[in-house]
Write a protein that binds this ligand. Structure first.
Ligand SMILES: Cc1cc2nc3c(=O)[nH]c(=O)nc-3n(C[C@H](O)[C@H](O)[C@H](O)COP(=O)(O)OP(=O)(O)OC[C@H]3O[C@@H](n4cnc5c(N)ncnc54)[C@H](O)[C@@H]3O)c2cc1C
Length: 420
């Protein structure tokens, strides 16, 4: 099929997903403008745990609903639903609960596992070909447990993940300590995920943005998208908050946890909730944060501990409390408190940065990537929840294929944005 050349694509949102979309479009010769209402990479993509964790299932799992219900009364639990009256949240929780089944996890894995493999390979290619300086380490990570119960459920998940071409390995506490001396004696055992990698996520976004600029892409910061311009049923550009309109043949919405109102205004049902997470960065020094050589995930607490340039990032918790950036200090403090139960030398670590960010979460735990059939020329790439960094590159590549070729090279029909 011969397609007329795409003249101009606008990408709305300059997080990891938007910047990766712009990169793959621009690299293939498209003219691209990125609109970012704030600064590039300063929202969720700024302070996440930096783990590229391919093959991990979505958070929708059997038993999650019980956990979420219990958490209503425990504001310090890793998964927390802030009690409030919000019909959209109630609907979201209802849809979420219906997909917390073994069957759904398998369905999700059939899409997410190939995407994870492809994205992991793209990280290798990008870092090498574009000479990205972003603290990339291919060393995998350890998921570590204090309790038999936690370890048993991790082994179950590991067996499921192994069926999708990943090679996790069970390790005893002693084996873990031999490989990572910062792990303390209380840890019973864990799982090593060798296909995983770590990166400084903000540096990655900045580096990719710089390379994209070299391909001619314009980055317009402090430019807020308000609405689409539609002419004869087709997308013809966008309208900005300052009244300016920009012509384009296609628009890719990558506004992360802030995407829902933009889509609702177009009459598209898009049940997105923001899931807040926190980080605390601590300097690595004797007596402070441990000098980890690998990332560790504190299994029972769902806290990632990722070594980066001169500090360890403790990141995690999932809080459904709406779109706001309020830091609940007791929850933030749980990150380092949890770490001192699993790791050596945590007590007096010097805190370098504290942060919260919003993960864009859809109730079936899968992202939305692809065209919106009702508006030819409109594409969506968001809803990546805990996988936005991991799946950023493959999402960018597939969106570029959608826009430029009319179809992606992988079957991502399960991720249709208008599936709700
Ligand atoms: C604590 C924590 C730890 C995490 N750890 C990991 C991890 O280890 N691995 C992993 O893969 N993922 C992780 N994630 C998830 C990951 O951070 C997100 O999935 C990812 O950053 C989402 O990227 P995004 O580009 O969709 O959104 P964002 O990074 O939020 O970017 C969206 C951008 O759109 C802009 N925008 C919004 N509205 C408009 C508008 N109207 N006009 C113009 N611009 C607009 C915003 O300003 C923002 O810059 C973590 C998240 C958190 C909170």
């Amino acid at each position: 099929m011969t397609r007329s050349p795409v003249r101009h694509t606008i990408v709305v949102g300059g997080g990891v997903v938007g910047v990766c979309c712009a990169y793959f479009l621009a690299k293939r010769g498209a003219k691209v403008t990125v609109l970012e209402r704030d600064q590039i990479g300063r929202a969720a993509s700024f302070g996440n745990a930096g783990c590229i964790a391919p093959g991990h299932p979505p958070i929708n799992k059997p038993g999650r609903v019980r956990q979420a219900l219990k958490s209503l009364f425990h504001p310090l639990s890793p998964l927390y639903v802030a009690p409030r009256f919000d019909p959209a949240l109630v609907k979201w929780l209802w849809s979420f609960s219906r997909t917390c089944t073994e069957k759904h996890v398998e369905i999700a894995m059939q899409s997410l596992a190939p995407l994870g493999h492809a994205s992991r390979a793209l990280f290798d290619e990008l870092v090498e070909a574009e000479k990205l300086r972003c603290w990339f380490s291919r060393d995998g990570y350890y998921e570590i447990y204090l309790t038999e119960r936690g370890l048993e459920s991790a082994k179950e998940e590991m067996r499921m993940i192994s069926r999708y071409g990943f090679h996790p390995e069970v390790l005893s506490g002693a084996e873990l300590r031999q490989r990572e001396p910062a792990i303390n004696d209380r840890v019973l055992g864990g799982i090593f995920y060798p296909e995983a990698a770590t990166i400084n996520p903000y540096q990655f976004v900045l580096e990719i943005a710089r390379r994209t600029e070299r391909h001619g892409t314009k980055f317009r910061t402090t430019s807020e998208f308000v609405s689409l311009r539609i002419v004869n049923g087709r997308v013809r550009g966008v309208q900005l908050e300052n009244g300016e309109s920009i012509d384009a043949d296609s628009v890719v919405l990558t506004a992360g946890a802030y995407s829902a109102p933009l889509l609702h205004r177009l009459g598209i049902r898009f049940p997105l909730q923001a899931a807040k997470g926190y980080h605390r960065d601590c300097e690595t020094k004797p007596g402070g944060a441990p000098l980890l050589s690998h990332a560790c995930v504190l299994g029972e607490n769902m806290v990632f501990c990722t070594p980066m340039d001169g500090f360890v990032r403790f990141a995690g918790t999932l809080e459904l409390s709406g779109v706001n950036h309020e830091i609940r200090r007791p929850r933030l403090e749980q990150l380092t408190k949890a770490a001192s139960r699993y790791l050596q030398t945590m007590e007096d670590a010097t805190v370098k940065s504290e942060w919260c960010g919003l993960r864009p979460c859809l109730p079936d735990g899968m992202p939305a990537v692809g065209p919106v059939s009702r508006y030819p020329g409109l594409f969506v790439a968001t809803g990546h929840a805990m996988m936005g960094l991991t799946l950023g590159p493959v999402t960018g590549k597939l969106i570029a294929e959608h826009v430029l070729d009319g179809a992606p090279s992988m079957d991502i029909s399960a991720l249709r944005p208008d599936r709700f």
